[in-house]
Structure formats: structure tokens, C-alpha cells
Design a protein around this ligand. Sequence first.
Ligand SMILES: [Zn+2]
Length: 717
Amino acid sequence: MNQMKRKTLIILTTVVGMTLQSCNKDKQTEDSGNKNPLIEAWETPYEVPPFEEIKFEHYKPAFTQAIEEHKKEIDAIAESTQPASFENTIVALENAGESLSRVSTVFFNLRSSHTNDDMQSLAQELAPVLSEHRDNISLNKKLFERVKTVYNDHVIQATEKLRLTQEQRMLLDETYKSFVRSGANLSDEDKDKLRDINKELSVFSLKYGDNLLKETKSYELVIDNKEDLSGLPQALIETAEVAAKERKKAGKWVFTLDNASVMPFLQYAENRDLRKKIWDAYQNRGNHGNAHDNKQNALQLANLRLEKAKLLGYANHASYVLEESMAKNPENVTSLLNQLWTPALAKATTEAKDIKEMMEKEGIQGDVMPYDWRFYAEKIRKERYDLDEQEIKPYFSLENVRQGIFDVTEKLFGLTYTKLNDMPKYHEDVTVWEVKEADGTSVGILYMDMHPRASKNGGAWMTSFSKQYINDQKRMLPVISIVCNFSQPTADTPALLTFDEASTFFHEFGHALHGLLSNVHYKSLAGTSVPRDFVELPSQIMENWAADPEVIKMYAKHYKTGEVIPDALIEKMKAAGTFDQGFATTEYLAASFLDMNYHTIKEPITNDLTVFEQNAMDNIGLIDAIIPRYRSTYFSHIFAGGYSSGYYSYIWSEVLDSDAFQAFKETSLFDQEKAKSFRENILEKGGTEDPAELYRKFRGADPKIEPLLEKRGLLAN
Ligand SMILES: [Zn+2]
């Protein structure tokens, strides 16, 4: 029902050292003396962080102390006079930095879920310190020599190979690779080159992001004639009125290029000329030939990434990035994109015909333009499905949805949930649960933080306060958290969720299960520590249960009457679910192709970026009524974020989750054998094995794309 919307997930708190300025000026709270609860042992139930005792002034000294500790540990490993072994090098590295990891976890988790100005500025202060600490470790020659020795013994010469378990082998591989991928194997001269490239990359990338922000924020569409508002929802008009006032244009209406403004404008504004006007501004961000033009930045980024990849011995940037993914290489990504492209484009072409028909009915001649699509698609949606969100929400109270998730996971995995009332919490709205096996064994602790507040970032994500691992044959319990921003309860109604929110709840709960059911020896391989194109499998598969009519009837009950949601309403929801998916899939895939085009170049790009983009789109035969979801000058995922050669991941994971759910549909949604296999092969394994191998163990075969095509309504009839 939703798609490609980014439900973010995991806060990565990989920490490796840094040097803080000495902190003798930091205040200590008077009553706490020298005790810092972040550093002391946590004598709380389940050793969760002692949230109530932690004060802001504890963070900085704790970071300083923890970094120093970590440095000493690293030095001890690097300077050891013992011959390098798996235990004294790889495991020792894995276990080093325990305090730093604890402090960082609490700090960075709370900076997202319960922050303030002090924490924001401390985070900025810490960023360069942490990154320097990381570099000091990854470029520590003596340390790398020892890692390399162990790697050679076990992998290259294989003399010791048989002594390592699969998981130990993985830990060794990952440790060695992370050094090599940061340039540890390069000559000193090339290391300098790499450092220069990295610096340049970060500058161009920041510049790209800044420009985009300025281009987005500087534009406004001012309307002073009330008639031009025709078609717009009242709430949007009011927001535009407020925006105008703020800009000293009282009595007028201002629309901007923020998605929350431009997208509904394109969807509802009757005035075609105005839609064209704002659309042109939207799709030309960063492409005005002015000081904020992003064409050069994007070009430099693509070319520098190529240079870096070659320096590290790869054919191109995509090969460098994808080595770490489930897809493995650019060919596999392109092959999937190609397979999806044909049916998606065919569906979009049919949808374009419907839109043209609707336009003609209204007396508009000529081609369907990109600024027509959302407007007429919305009209068709209303005409065909007549689905009103307000009618649905009473069936999806937060409590009922949560109970639904509990029931589904009990039926699948035998899990039960007990609310814990006296646990340390960072905010009173948070609830804490103990998750248990059917036989009462504890699985882990789950924090849930469901509603927005001023101190919380937007979006929904899963994170952890401590990761599962095995210590002396004892399974250490993970402490997992999910943080959302769902509709609030009011004075007389409980929190009523949209179906999209309910689905997001299932999604984040799937990530939580990945963390909770993890059963591995090493923290760095636990739970969600898997490639980006695999990590959404456990989460997205839960959305399939959320949306299945059989399951919906289990949990969607009217909050007042307890009446189960009527079949007719489920039918409407289902029918509307595949609407406009040709368009959505096509614009997404076009952007994914564009991403791959930029990052599989073998020689630097010399021509104009506009030409490069046009050629890329001509190659796949994109129709004129649709443009890529992001164009080159505002594709921040790949030029200012961490998604270069990775924009395909969303749909890669969706192929997996659709195919995996199909396994259940073939027999029963709660097939015990399949649930057991999914748990043992996917949820418990974390990053201890190759994900493709794990998937085959679960499914008995590689994933097929048909279930995804069916779900999106893209199968040819
Ligand atoms: Zn997710």
C-alpha cells in the first residue's frame, strides 16, 4: 500500500576511537561526585542503561575516558609481542572499545529520540574526533600487519582454516576487508592520494547537499488570486497562508518545493499553468547555472569515486560498493532492474492512457505531461476506489495493532510479551517489554516509543541499546528499541493509526525481531548487521502479514465496539493498493538506473551532465510523461547521502520479502516449519553467513521476481 517510502531503521553506532580535548572544564553535578553512570557498571534489571541517572554533563567526560580506554586496548593489540592469532587479534579487536560503544549507543540513540540543543552541538563536536579515532585505527600499520598475518594463515594458506567456525571465518573476513577497503594495503604514496580523494569527496558532497537545500528553500510560488487555489485541500491552503504571512506576504498564499507542499499541489491544483510552473522549478533544482548549480559537483563526485575505486583495485565505484552487498556486483543489480523495467513500463504506459482519456474528457488536448500525472491519477483514484482514510482508522487503534503483532509473532515463533513496569526509561511515554520463548526463556528486552514530541526526530526506526552475543556459552540478552511518530491519542479517543502507520509498526517490529532473535557469538555480526539490500527482508516481510485479509481480521477491530473490520472495506483497501504502481515503480527504477549509470563509468565523464542523464534515460526508453524520481542535480541519496550504487536496495529487498512471503502463502500464513526455518536461517543468523546462502537455506531456491510483480499489480494479464 505504500512503497519505497523510506522507513529508516538502524542507527549505526560503529565506534572506534577518537581524541577529545581534555575535559577539565566539564562540570560535574554536585551530588554525583566523580561517579559517571555512563562508565560505571549498570546494576539495573537486564543491565539496561540507567537512563534516569544520566545527565547531559556526563557524556563528554565519558566519551573522553572511553576513547582513551579504547586507544590503550588498540595499542596493546598492535604492540603485542605474542604471535598474532585469531584470539589475540581479531577477537581482541572485536571486544575492544566496550565503554565507547556503550556511551555512544546511549548518546546517539537519545540524540534521535530525545534530543536538545546541547546534545546536537555535542554531536557536531564529536564528529571529527570520532572520525579521526576511526582513521587512527584503520591506518595503524602494526595493527593491520597482525590482522593480515591472521588472515594469511587462515584464508590464504589455509593452514589454520579448519579450526575456525563459519562465524569466526566471517568475523575474520569482515575485519580484514574493512582495513583493506579503507586503504590499509596501499603504498604510502597511494594512501596520501586516497586521503586527498576522501577529503575532496566530502567537500563536494557537502556542497551538493548545501546547494540542494538552498535551491529548495529559495523558491516560492506566490498566489494572490483565490481562484488559483481551486482543488486544493483546506489544510494545504491554510499552510500556504501561514507560509505567506511568515514571508511578509499576508493575504497571499505561498507554496514551496518541500515535498509536503509541492506534491499535494501537483496532486490537487486545478490550474494547469501553475502546476507547470512549480513543476519546472522542482525538476530544475540545482540546474540553473548559478552559484548553486550542482552539475559540476555531481560530475566531480562520480569521477572522484571512479578514481578511488581504481586506486583500490576495482573496475568502478559500483563494484567497490556492491562487493559488500547481497547483490555482489553491478551486473546482478542491472539484471534485476532490467527484469522489472519491462512490466513496470508496460503498466505505466497503460496508466498514461487512462490519464490521457481523463484529460480529454476535461477538454485538455495534447500529450500527458509530468505535471499532469499526479493530478489526474488522483482523480482516477477517487473515481474508482472512493477510499476514505477516516473510515479506516477506528479499526486500527495502536493497542489493537500491537496486539495483532504480538499474536502474529506468537503464532509464527511462539513469542510472548510481558510488560515491565518498573524499568529505567528515557521518557515517560516509553513502554518496556520482556520478550520470551514459549517455554518462558527470556529472549530480550524491547523498548517502544510510539508518538511524536518536540525532542524526537521524524520517521520510524529500530535501534539497540545492547546487541546480542554469546559470552562463555551464555546468550547475552539484546536490548532493542523501536521509535515511531504515530498519530497521538486525543482526550476522548485512543491513538488511531492510518493503515500506513499500522504497516510501519509491523515493519519496525520486523527489524526488532531481527535484533531480538539474533543468536550469534560476536556483536558486530549480530541482528541487523547485514548488507543494506538484505536488511529490509525481516522488516518488509512483516508488512505482508499486516496487509493480508486473514491477518487484518485478526487485529483490525473497532476501538469502540470491537466489531471486526468489514470485508467491503478490506476489499477497497486491497484494490487501491496496486493503483498507480506502474508510475511509482517506473520513476523509482529510472532513478536506480541513473544511479548505476553514474557509478559504472569506466572513464571519467567529460560531457555535460544533462546529456549524460538524457542518454541514460533514452537507453531504457523512459516515456516523456515520467521523469526519474530524482534527477542528477537533486539526487541527494547518491550524491549527498550514503546510497551511491545503492538506490536499488529497496526493491531488491522487496523481491526477497515478496518471495519469502509467497512461501507461506503456498501452504499457510502460519506454517510452523517455514516459520522455524525463517527464524533459524534468517532472523537468528545476523551477518554470520552470506545472505544469498541464508536465503537459499530458507527458501530452497533463489528468490523469484513474480511475487513482487503480482503484489504491485505489474503481472501481464
Ligand atoms: Zn526498514
